[in-house]
Design a protein around this ligand. Structure first.
Ligand code: SF4
Ligand code: SF4
Length: 271
């Protein structure tokens, strides 16, 4: 069976530098890679789009970024809606036919990820091709991986060409997940440390005699998470939580009950 081409994107390492977006633009603006895709418009389309999300409240806050190209879904909604205009290759790459997607503006709304853009200049629906022209050896490039993966300075975007079974083992070992898998099933784009995007945290600090209480063992009843030891600032931070009610326990004593709908900084607790 042919190997499949996967992108693994680590939420913990994306800093929103947009190098991936610029590399994609550089590869596809003023370059026509037919029959894969005609050239991209200069302004507007973001085949590699980066979504942003804040969690918590000052000063216990974090910001996470979700680089989002076409997910190359196995159960692709775009292919179901417009089977003539969408080709699903044996290696899993989903391609919008550069001829048959002409004038098909409905493709933009057919994608539940918002990954399809309409090129008004060329009058055609377009999206990320997983740089199939490079992977197929049809570009003059010396690269053997998609431009976005090659350009990522933190290594947040990694490319793998693997047997499906081999990749599934890797995904299980590293806790890789699909974004919105409930609507698109399997696919070629997977995420690491996705809890930073999809779940919540409870963070706070402990005070003893008015000073930061360093080295105190803190548990969070109801979370099933391992106990933590407060840092130099007396801080603790439990992540990966679902909405619900939890109890903060310090040195074996219940000190605060917290109900969350989203990430919260619960402030300082005197112990
Ligand atoms: S992300 Fe959207 S455009 Fe890409 S394969 Fe899935 S449904 Fe189609
Ligand atoms: S794989 Fe290629 S086409 Fe897709 S987002 Fe990355 S650079 Fe753009």
């Amino acid at each position: 069976m042919a190997k499949k081409n996967y992108l693994v994107i680590d939420i913990a390492y994306c800093h929103d530098c947009n190098d991936c977006f610029i590399a994609c633009k550089d590869e596809h603006y003023m370059n026509s890679w037919l029959p894969y895709t005609d050239e991209q418009e200069r302004h507007g389309p973001r085949w590699m789009n980066i979504e942003r999300q804040e969690r918590g409240q000052y000063p216990r806050i974090d910001v996470n970024f979700l680089p989002k190209p076409c997910q190359h879904c196995t159960d692709a909604a775009c292919a179901k809606a417009y089977p003539d205009a969408v080709q699903v290759r044996e290696d899993g790459i989903v391609i919008l036919d550069a001829e048959k997607a002409k004038g098909v503006k409905g493709l933009v709304d057919a994608c539940p990820y918002g990954a399809i853009w309409y090129n008004e200049e060329r009058d055609v629906a377009q999206k990320c091709t997983l740089c199939a022209h490079i992977l197929d050896g049809k570009a003059s490039s010396v690269l053997s991986c998609p431009r976005c993966a090659h350009s990522c300075p933190t290594g947040a975007i990694q490319f793998y060409s693997l047997d499906e079974a081999e990749f599934k083992t890797k995904a299980a070992e590293e806790g890789l997940v699909r974004y919105k898998s409930e609507i698109s099933g399997d696919g070629l784009v997977w995420y690491k440390n996705f809890y930073r995007w999809s779940s919540h945290f409870i963070a706070g600090g402990l005070l003893k005699d008015g000073d930061c209480a360093e080295g105190v063992t803190v548990e969070l009843k109801g979370a099933g998470a391992p106990a933590q030891v407060t840092n130099y600032f007396g801080d603790f931070w439990f992540d990966g939580l679902a909405p619900g009610t939890y109890t903060v326990v310090a040195n074996g004593k219940d000190v605060k009950e917290v109900t969350i709908e989203k990430s919260v900084n619960i402030g300082s607790i005197a112990i």
